[in-house]
Design a protein around this ligand. Structure first.
Ligand SMILES: Cc1cc2nc3c(=O)[nH]c(=O)nc-3n(C[C@H](O)[C@H](O)[C@H](O)COP(=O)(O)OP(=O)(O)OC[C@H]3O[C@@H](n4cnc5c(N)ncnc54)[C@H](O)[C@@H]3O)c2cc1C
Length: 175
């Protein structure tokens, strides 16, 4: 839950966040915008209401809101392929898109401290990925999830990175 108690009674619509349209304008108050953890916006591409708690999301939303304030007659929708990273001890964990479904495939070996988990049914869309200590895989995963490529295609590409001929860097060199 996000902290919106201070907005209660203000007339701004709240629903575990400030309810916004696709351009991050508060519903019913086009002169008020919300950015970051507090913003619940209508995702035009996914047709759902979303609220994200990621640094990248806050920064990306701020850019769109700045544009929409300056260009009220040419407002942009905010759309995103979710991305969050976190450093946990010596692991850099990067998460793209939606994760957590029962359909997932591991690529690489956690014992080697460098691996990826791809989410999505094999013949379906790559919904998301968790990448650990593997920057090169992140590039492919972000591109695949954003372009709605098949999960199988992404898995194949990541496996190819593990082939000796791909000269994939070892963990220490990859950071
Ligand atoms: C413990 C923790 C770990 C996290 N780790 C990660 C991570 O690894 N990666 C990642 O991407 N994200 C992480 N996040 C999430 C990330 O911090 C947030 O998504 C991001 O900070 C959101 O930015 P924001 O500007 O929306 O809100 P905030 O950064 O929370 O800024 C809101 C500001 O408003 C101020 N404020 C609140 N109420 C009032 C008021 N009534 N009047 C005036 N000022 C007020 C607050 O003091 C604060 O300074 C983490 C969050 C937490 C709590």
């Amino acid at each position: 839950m996000v902290n919106t108690e201070w907005l209660e009674g203000s007339g701004i619509e709240l629903d575990n966040g400030v309810t916004c349209d696709s351009g991050l304008r508060a519903i019913g108050h086009p002169e008020i915008f919300a950015v970051g953890d507090i913003a619940r916006w209508a995702s035009a591409s996914r047709n759902v209401s979303l609220r994200l708690e990621h640094w990248t999301n806050a920064v990306d939303q701020a850019r769109v809101v700045a544009h929409n304030i300056v260009h009220p007659d040419d407002c942009e929708d905010y759309d995103t392929t979710e991305y969050v990273w976190s450093d946990q001890y010596d692991w850099k964990i990067q998460i793209v898109g939606h994760t957590g479904s029962d359909h997932w495939t591991m690529v690489g070996d956690p014992a080697q401290d460098r691996f990826a988990v791809v989410y999505g049914e094999s013949q379906g869309q790559a919904e998301g990925a968790v990448i650990v200590n593997w920057p090169r895989a992140l590039v492919d995963a972000r591109r695949s999830v954003a372009s709605r490529a098949k999960a199988d295609e992404l898995i194949h590409r990541l496996r190819a990175l593990l082939e000796p001929s791909s000269t994939a860097p070892a963990k220490a060199a990859a950071r």
